[in-house]
Design a protein around this ligand. Structure first.
Ligand SMILES: Cc1ncc(COP(=O)(O)O)c(C=O)c1O
Length: 389
């Protein structure tokens, strides 16, 4: 029996997962928790009532999503100041699925997509599962994480079919500058690559920042968002893709994407019919989440004001980047020691493929009392290192 190479050859636990497994049953403060439904946010008790409306018993398949649901997404985006035509919206069960539809649409086995690096380690799996190549393009390790354009051009090779931007980026929490957006857009136009913009964290710009969506005009572009982040409801399984591009290309794109979406018809009817009502929860959820993120960031700033580490500035999103500035300390070693000696879990930058420096990645979603305790344990660990010398 053999398996395809769409899943990794080696499925053994990495040393961090191994350490957690060994400590099973013991309490570990998890500062990587980013499932919003486990972070103590208030969800109204009647939030899901419309999911059981009698209308849901009727199945009317629409490849791009129920027109009522597409309109609800357009209306929601209008509240954010973005005018979107409901006919240019495609619904999917998740943003991961949206990526997989776009990869199927645009690339064949052996083709590749330019992916920002460091970045969230989901894209490499999604690409591998489609038989596609990841073409990492570097963000420079300096404030704002600007794109290294020269290296991006070099990374493309011959089989490149599209370029992905994540805006704001995970895990750096930075928005792409307009200059970088336009330069990447030019590259796409010159090479006829599609432009895929992952905007799942766009609702979470920090005070003083705004998300200004932008796409190049002369190529197909796809902007993505979804309920898992906008409403903190990953279990409802609904995301969207906004299509744009020159009209002839767009028409063919819609026809081909329709065939893909029609093959799966994966978005459930209850969530689509309830969507308009669900979006009313957006201001309440997003306020709770922003308050949490800003308070936890403040705790990090205060608690890790140490020589051994530096909190990187960020402009949005759910994550924080802490650089280990003390020489000779590797991120994976620090993460293991934090688990084993202090029972606190953070992620090593290695999971995100940082090309230089030593970084820790923390979720800013955990309940504030847990976060405070976790930061205090981290501070004890770093202070202990200095005292040992
Ligand atoms: C940048 C980014 N894009 C996409 C996703 C996947 O989103 P979804 O839950 O809608 O599949 C995540 C998940 O955390 C993410 O961080």
């Amino acid at each position: 029996m053999t398996f395809s190479n769409r899943t990794p050859g080696d499925l053994s636990l990495n040393p961090i997962a191994g350490a957690i497994e060994r400590l099973k049953g013991q309490s570990i403060l998890d500062l990587t928790e980013s499932n919003p439904t486990r972070c103590g946010f208030d969800y109204p008790s009647d939030l899901l009532s419309e999911l059981s409306s009698p209308a849901v018993l009727r199945y009317e398949p629409f490849p791009f999503g129920h027109p009522r649901a597409c309109r609800a997404v357009a209306d929601y985006l209008k509240t954010k100041g973005h005018a979107v035509d409901p006919d240019r919206i495609v619904l999917t069960a998740s943003t991961s699925e949206a990526y997989s539809f776009l990869f199927k649409l645009l690339g064949g086995p052996g083709d590749g997509f330019l992916i920002p690096t460091p970045g969230y380690p989901l894209l490499d799996h999604l690409l591998q599962m489609e038989g596609l190549e990841m073409l990492p393009y570097p963000l420079r390790t300096t404030e704002g994480w600007p794109v290294d354009l020269e290296k991006t051009r070099q990374a493309a090779g011959t089989g490149c079919r599209g370029l992905v931007v994540v805006n704001p980026h995970n895990p750096t929490g930075t928005f792409l500058s307009r200059k970088d957006q336009e330069a990447l857009g030019d590259l796409c136009e010159k090479n006829q690559w599609a432009y895929i913009s992952d905007e799942v964290f766009a609702d979470y710009a920090y005070p003083g920042r705004v998300h200004n969506p932008w796409v190049p005009a002369q190529v197909l572009s796809f902007r993505m968002g979804g309920l898992s982040k906008s409403l903190g409801l990953p279990q409802l399984k609904l995301s969207w893709i906004l299509l744009d591009g020159p009209s002839a290309l767009l028409e063919e794109c819609r026809d081909r994407l329709e065939l893909i979406a029609d093959t799966y018809l994966s978005v459930n009817t209850p969530v689509q019919l309830a969507l308009e009502g669900l979006f009313r929860f957006a201001p309440l959820f997003q306020k709770q989440l922003m308050d949490r993120v800003l308070e936890n960031r403040r705790l990090l700033e205060e608690g890790l004001n140490l020589n051994e580490v530096r909190l990187w500035p960020a402009q949005g999103g759910w994550y924080a980047l802490v650089e280990i500035t003390k020489k000779g300390l590797r991120d994976d070693q620090v993460v293991l020691e934090l688990i084993e000696k202090h029972r606190v879990l953070v992620q090593p930058g290695a999971f995100y493929d940082f090309s230089e420096g030593s970084f820790l990645v923390l979720s800013l979603l955990p309940k504030t009392q847990d976060f405070r305790e976790g930061v205090s344990r981290m501070a004890d660990y770093f202070k202990g290192l200095t005292q040992k010398r």
